[in-house]
Write a protein that binds this ligand. Structure first.
Ligand code: FAD
Length: 381
């Protein structure tokens, strides 16, 4: 197998990194500590994404007729790696671009596509993902937010929690229960966040201002035309969405860049001495590389047009292990980074500490690998 980038792919990467070098403000690394969902970064992300769109670099993996360049998953990966290494200046818009847009392209009606895709492709939209509820995180199929159809309107009541970006988002990709069947009783509604009956409360967090929220739905009226797919089709649709989400977040790239920075700081400070620090850095680097290669195996399958299912959990688990190890390394050998001495490392830490919970707990990835990849028996024999 040949893992080298083609000349064209290398040029694409250079174009993105040049764009980042020219566009990001001089104090970007300190500024990024406001947190990915903060009002400051969200405002900046809108400007930044608008400029990316002008350069055809916001949605290059989308079809040409929908505002993209029709580029393959390798280009999507290169773009995402460079953005994550820079600290993800697209803010919450990475979700729109990576998985909400592609999910709408695949499952949306023509009316939904023409309403929602242009603002995403122009960098003007911010979505939130209303999946988790109190008591329904890992066990998502137990969710209870209910949508009852009355005529041509759903009446939605219930509560979501840990909803990133909800404070500033314009639309919610909402999972709700439309019948009692555990999985086939769940449907997706695309709900404007300014609908009457929605209340958003921020939850303080170490990641930065405005990151996570509780969202309450009190008899919210949602037209049936806002349902994505058929009633009860949510489970199939989010299977597609989550695979895209997990591939669109190459956290291993940021972890590796942070590790390299930490090593450079230790060397400059004369603290790169003795075996222990080198062995620990070596372990962390090996985990970053393992995560990168595991992710590339999935990208490669997608580039060949194969459907990727549970295998994406292997790449995601490898990435969680890499991020955690880099966070542990920096906490052990450069603790002053967490007290603001090194902005880039602090920014990495803010994003890294949620590894293994956000986007699905690590243990659940192991369960999926055990059952759907390794086909292990559920009960000990
Ligand atoms: C920063 C951040 C941002 C988030 N953003 C969003 C968002 O935008 N939208 C959204 O809907 N959700 C969001 N979440 C929620 C996230 O998806 C959930 O936290 C996650 O799915 C875990 O669910 P839970 O918190 O209910 O924990 P639980 O499911 O209660 O899990 C707690 C612990 O128990 C373990 N556990 C649970 N069940 C099993 C099992 N069967 N086998 C082995 N171990 C198990 C888990 O691995 C975990 O370690 C976010 C979370 C964080 C931290």
């Amino acid at each position: 197998m040949d893992f080298r980038w083609t000349q064209e792919e290398a040029a694409f990467r250079a174009r993105i990194s040049d764009f980042l070098a020219e566009s990001l403000p001089a104090d970007w690394e300190r500024f990024a500590q406001h947190g990915p969902a903060s009002p400051a970064l969200t405002k900046y992300a809108e400007e930044f994404c608008g400029r990316l769109a002008e350069q055809d670099l916001l949605t290059p993996h989308w079809p040409v007729e929908l505002g993209g360049l029709g580029l393959d998953p390798w280009h999507q990966t290169i773009l995402a790696e460079e953005m994550w290494i820079a600290g993800e200046p697209r803010g919450g818009q990475y979700m729109n671009i990576n998985w909400i847009g592609p999910t709408l392209i695949r499952y949306g009606t023509e009316a939904q596509k023409s309403r929602y895709l242009p603002p995403i492709a122009e960098g003007r939209a911010l979505w939130c993902q209303g999946f988790s509820e109190p008591g329904s995180g890992s066990d998502l199929a137990s969710l209870r937010t209910r949508a009852v159809l009355e005529g041509d309107t759903y009446r939605v009541s219930g509560q979501k929690i840990w909803t990133s970006y909800a404070g500033l988002a314009d639309t919610c990709f909402l999972l709700c229960r439309t019948s009692e069947d555990r999985k086939r009783g769940i449907s997706i509604l695309l709900v404007p966040m300014d609908s009457a009956g929605i209340t958003v409360r921020q939850i303080p967090s170490l990641i930065g201002q405005g990151d996570i929220h509780e969202v309450f739905f009190d008899d919210v009226a949602v037209p049936v035309s806002a349902r994505l797919g058929d009633e009860g089709q949510a489970w199939e649709i989010i299977g597609f969405s989550l695979t895209n989400e997990r591939l669109g977040i190459p956290r291993y790239a940021l972890a590796r860049a942070a590790l390299d920075r930490a090593v450079a700081v230790l060397q400059a400070q004369g603290e790169w001495a003795g075996e222990a620090v080198k062995i620990e850095a070596g372990h962390a680097a090996a985990l970053c590389e393992a995560a990168r290669v595991a992710s590339y195996a999935i990208v490669s399958a997608r580039a060949r047009g194969e459907t990727v299912g549970a295998q994406a959990s292997s790449a995601r688990y490898a990435t969680v292990m890499a991020e955690r190890r880099v966070c542990e390394f920096i906490t052990e050998y450069l603790p002053e980074a967490l007290a603001d001495a090194h902005s880039y490392l602090k920014m990495h830490h803010q994003r890294g500490i949620v590894a293994g919970i956000a986007a699905g707990a690590a243990e659940i990835q192991l369960n999926i690998i055990a059952s759907d990849v390794l086909h292990l028996p559920r009960e000990p024999r």
